[in-house]
Design a protein around this ligand. Sequence first.
Ligand SMILES: Nc1ncnc2c1ncn2[C@@H]1O[C@H](COP(=O)(O)OP(=O)(O)OP(=O)(O)O)[C@@H](O)[C@H]1O
Length: 317
Amino acid sequence: MVKEPVMSEQDGRSVIECSSLVRIYRSGKLEVQALQGLDLRVEQGEFIALVGASGSGKSTLLGILSGLDAPSAGSVKVAGRELAGLTKRELLAYRRETIGFVWQSPPRNLLPHLTALENVALPQTYLGTGRRARRTRALDLLETMGVQYCRDRVPSKLSGGEQQRVAIAVALANSPAVLLADEPTGELDSDSARTVLGALRTASTEHNVTTLIVTHDEGVSGQVRRTVAIRDGRIATETLRPGAGRAAAADPDAEAAEHESFEYAVIDRAGRVQLPPEFVQPLGLRDLVKLTHEPGHVGVWPSEDPAQAAPAHESEV
Ligand SMILES: Nc1ncnc2c1ncn2[C@@H]1O[C@H](COP(=O)(O)OP(=O)(O)OP(=O)(O)O)[C@@H](O)[C@H]1O
């Protein structure tokens, strides 16, 4: 089966492009705007964490990206395809071929009466892959995830962490362009969570799959290079950690860079920027702030006695 190219018409590298995405839930006279004009771009091979308070719209976004839900307005392109125009049949093919998904709850990811090997082989039948090739690929994926010893066990005989690693192998079975994971470590102890995060990273690097993880777990968000924070249905801030995810032994700069991180705020089309609390609270910024033009950046100052206060926020422009 021929897949659409993993390419955006816009810049040739973005695998996920959400533009002014809106999702409104209606029940009776009530309306909830779960996504309120969200913009997000994720490049080929990126490994990112999506964080945000409960109700901020994370699951809604994942539902749309996975083709299970549709936006009320706006555009969402994955692997170069606009999802809004796809028929039901095309969406089914999209879910089977372009997206791999890992849910929070380990039992939800696997069929209980099939062994780990059979679970990983199953999705490949949708692509018409032959029996021997399915088995070979399933064994390879279980090995990559470090759970080949689980191949003949059914899910009830696996730990939560083992089930999640088998689930990642299932998600990779059809070589998706994008791997989506909704709180994949949410029900695991910290050791298992670390192993599963490592397995996701392996999936991303060895299979070159663009990976987006929704998480509340700071152990996860603190270790990925790019963390995107969603607030009230929009991307509010981003944190970039240049060294995160690089092996220190292989890269002498990685350890130093791991301690360095930059927080970015999103500036919308109207020029609005939402400053994160850790920038606002220490200086008691409220109501009116003073803006100054500085060479190459903008200063944001408390409005009272700005000459004596340190700049509250400086950003390169
Ligand atoms: N099917 C639905 N019908 C009506 N409102 C919904 C529906 N699904 C989500 N919502 C509302 O949309 C908003 C965003 O919900 P969403 O589940 O996307 O948030 P979330 O960030 O994933 O939250 P959590 O971290 O608790 O899972 C919330 O106000 C929620 O109550």
